[in-house]
Design a protein around this ligand. Sequence first.
Ligand SMILES: Nc1ncnc2c1ncn2[C@@H]1O[C@H](COP(=O)(O)OP(=O)(O)O)[C@@H](O)[C@H]1O
Ligand SMILES: [Mg+2]
Length: 189
Amino acid sequence: MFELAEKIGEGNFRECFAVKGEPGLCLKRLRPDLGFFQRLQVLVLRRRMNQEELDTYNNLPGELKPYFNPILDATREYLLTARPIDFDGSHSKPVRDYGKIDNTSFWEKAEEVVGLLDKHKIWFFDTFQVGTNIFVQRLSESMWKPIIVDYKHLGWKAFPMQFNLLFDSEKRKKFYRSYRRFEQRFRKT
Ligand SMILES: Nc1ncnc2c1ncn2[C@@H]1O[C@H](COP(=O)(O)OP(=O)(O)O)[C@@H](O)[C@H]1O
Ligand SMILES: [Mg+2]
């Protein structure tokens, strides 16, 4: 079994830990302090959240895989994933930590990812939300690339009251709106 080290992040559902002696790994588990509504969501709709995310990773088209942080193992309790590392050996950081990003290769690749997700009709609505679900992996001083670390399928399950999300056209609209907001917030031109 892996020994948890320091906490490296938390979202609405899960908290992420470093793994002792394994700088390239990250262990995620449900937050112990989930609110009522989130707990209900997890219980009723997302019972297999970790397994679903692993399935999503395994079923990604090959051309998208390099932009997704690999998932190594999933159980009901936790998800074992890679932890992105930069060319200089330091841990990659989420987009939000950069504030504004003026790296051309990063934005070229971000646009490529958006185009590919659209082509394959894969829409993850909160991927582009607040800059914490996408990391910046620095491959060299000047070559940067986006790595998506959180890719729960969002749709009717995530927004049970929004019936319009049953339709692909609506998912697509919402997806592009969220990417445009992401660009406005983090792109420095
Ligand atoms: N593979 C990872 N390596 C390093 N930090 C991560 C990794 N995955 C997630 N994190 C950090 O932990 C936070 C919460 O993880 P996330 O998967 O987004 O949980 P949630 O499902 O609750 O949104 C992320 O926003 C990110 O900052
Ligand atoms: Mg998240």
